[in-house]
Write a new protein. Structure first.
Length: 215
């Protein structure tokens, strides 16, 4: 009798809409409520209104579900970073500053995605799709760094990859500590955007990047 009830719940889940989408949304809701590590695969099924067995039609296990949530997060993240960069217009330094602000804004507006991307313990290469989405987002930072240093003398130009990794570290640290949109945000006597801007300015000047960057 119990099995039949579970079966009927699963059938309702499959017919009421897109189960995969329902599971992804359930995972996001649970991350918001309990944190990235605070729920099980069965919890996601329950939140989506289906039996514990139903999610296995779409995901091998909880890790694969979380990898898909993280992948979607990185896709949205890349879109926002790329929109902020706007191919370096009107000039690279201003566009670069917008990218930093977009990083912080994403962490503030999408804390569940941000947690899935960086705090869920999911390997960056857990799936090929996740790895590609993550790489595309990082590529925006690297492209911005390449443009900033393009006009510097070759002998003084820092490696673009190293620079992008440093910039990522600064942006991610500011977002994770001070710019996030959940209860873990730490208070500081300034806007996180101002903190990041000052840190970037010190870093870029230390590298010898000219004021205003290069075109």
């Amino acid at each position: 009798m119990s099995w039949r009830k579970d079966q009927r719940r699963a059938e309702r889940g499959y017919h009421h809409g897109n189960l995969k989408e329902a599971l992804l949304q359930a995972a996001l809701d649970l991350i918001a409520q309990k944190g990235a590590a605070g729920f099980t695969f069965a919890d996601a099924a329950r939140m989506a209104g289906v039996s514990p067995a139903a999610p296995y039609r779409h995901f091998r296990d909880r890790d694969e579900l979380m990898a898909d949530v993280a992948r979607r997060g990185f896709e949205a993240f890349e879109a926002e970073l790329r929109q902020a960069w706007e191919d370096g217009r009107p000039e690279p330094a201003r566009a670069f500053e917008r990218v930093g602000r977009a990083y912080l804004d994403f962490a503030r507006r999408e804390p569940a995605y941000y947690a899935a991307m960086f705090e869920a313990g999911v390997a960056p290469d857990a799936t090929a799709e996740l790895a590609a989405a993550s790489d595309r987002a990082f590529a925006v930072l690297r492209e911005a760094c390449e443009r900033l240093i393009a006009g510097m003398p070759a002998k003084d130009r820092p490696p673009a990859l190293m620079m992008a990794l440093h910039v990522w570290t600064l942006a991610h640290g500011s977002a994770s500590l001070f710019g996030r949109g959940d209860a873990a945000r730490r208070k500081i006597p300034m806007a996180p955007e101002d903190l990041l801007e000052a840190a970037m300015l010190v870093y870029l000047r230390g590298l010898g990047v000219p004021a205003g960057g290069t075109r």
